[in-house]
Design a protein around this ligand. Sequence first.
Ligand code: GCO
Ligand code: MG
Length: 463
Amino acid sequence: MERREVLRRLSVGGAAAGASLFSPQSSAAELWAQGAPRSTRGLPALKITDIKTILTAPNGIRLVIVKVMTNEPGLYGLGCATFTQRAYVVQTAVEQYLKPFLIGRNTDEIEDVWQSSYMSSYWRNGPVLFNAMSGVDMALWDIKGKRANMPVYQLLGGKCRFGADLYAHTSGRDFQEVEDKARQAMEKGYRHVRVQVAVPGLATYGAGGARSNAAGTGSAAVDNSEAIGPTNPKAIWEPAAYTRMLPKLFEHLRTKLGDEVELLHDIHERVSLPQGVALCKELERYRPYFIEDPFPPEDNDHFRILRQQCSTPLAMGELFNTQHEYVPLISNRLIDYIRIHISQIGGLTSARKVAALSEFFGVKTAWHGPGDQSPVGHAAALALELASYNFGIHEGALFPPETREVFPGCPETKNGYMYANEAPGLGIDVDEKLAAKFPFPSGTTFDHSWGTTRRRDGTVIRP
Ligand code: GCO
Ligand code: MG
C-alpha cells in the first residue's frame, strides 16, 4: 500500500484527532497519544490505578502475589511474583519501583508495559526485578482476559488440547517406597512420575535431607539456633554414591512398573560434567521421559558435550532469567524440554515468545511448577500450555486444602491432567482476608537450609 494511502486510512480512523494527525511535524509522543483511543475502540479506556503485593504462606511456602487494580470498579488482575528465598525484596521491587512507574498506564498495552518496565532500570532482568515484572505481566493478561470475557488461553491462540498432562512427584527412602508411591500416582491416573530416592547418609535433593519436602521447595522448618558453617554443615552431599544408585533405581522401577509409565528425574545440578555424561548414558536404556538439570546454568556449554553422547531427553531451565541463557540451548537443539519458571523470566509475555521459539527447534515446554510457584502462576502456565502446540508436560504441584481456599478457582487436576476452569482471565482469585491468616513463617526471612549443604570437606555446594 502507498504511504499516502496508509496515512489517509489512519487519518480517517482517527478523525477526532484533527487534521494535524501524522503530519510530518508530529512528535512521537503526539502520535502515540493520538493512536491510543483507536486501540481501545469499543471498550472504555482502562488505566492502572494501584498495584500491591499479597504475601501469604497457606502451605508454609512464602508466596508473593501481585494485584493490579484498574479504574473500572471491581476489575483487577492477579500475577505470581514468588521468589521464596527473597520475597521481601520482590515486594519492594513491585511496590516501590514498578507501582509508581506504572500507575496511570493503559492496561491494554501489555507488551509496552513489559518493555518499558524492563528499561526502567539501567541494569535489567535477573531474579527479583523479573519476578516483580512477571507478577505485573500476568495480572495484565488476567485483566485483558476478564475484559474480553475470555479465558487467557483464548487470547494466546485457543486450545489445542483439552488438558495438560501432569507429572506426579514421588520420592522415598528406598526403592520400594518410590515404587509404592509411583504405583499410587499411577492408580490416580498419572502417566508420568518423577522419581527421587534418598542416598543413605546424604542430603539428596527431593528425597529428604537438607530440605525434607518432596518437591524440595525449601519449606521445611529449620532450626537455626546453632551457627552453620564449613565445620558444621546443615547437610552433606557427595555425588559419587548417588550416581551409582540412580541407574539401579531406574532398573528397579522399569522391572516392577513396566514400560508404559513415563519416568522423570531431577539431578538438580549436583554432578560434574563426566558424572552427568556417564549418568545420562546409563539411564538411556531405561527410556526416561526426561532427565532434568544435570548441570547448572553457569555450565551451559556442558550440554553441547552431553548431547553428543546419548539420546537421553534433557530438560533444563528453571534457574534461567534471560534470553542470553536459554536461546543458545534452544536454537542449537541442545535440550528437549525448556523448564523456565514463568514467574521468573518476565511472565506470560516472555514465556509465549520462548514457547514459539522452542516450537521451531523441536523443544517442548515443561514450565517449572513446584510448590513454590503459586496457583496463580500455575494457572498462567496452564493457559499457555493449552494453546501451545509444543507443550510437553506440566509439573504437578498439589494444591492442599488451605491453598485452595486462599485461591478460589485453582486449576483442577483429574486423571493426571490439569484443566482450566474456563472462567475469564486466569480464572483464579485470592481471598485476601484468608491469605492474611497465613502469614510468612516467623523467625527467619527464608529457610536457612539454603546455602548450607556442603561436601564432606566443608565446601559449600549448590542446593
Ligand atoms: C523442581 C525444582 C524445585 C526447586 C525449588 C527451589 O524441579 O521442582 O527443582 O523443587 O528446588 O523450586 O525453590
Ligand atoms: Mg528442578
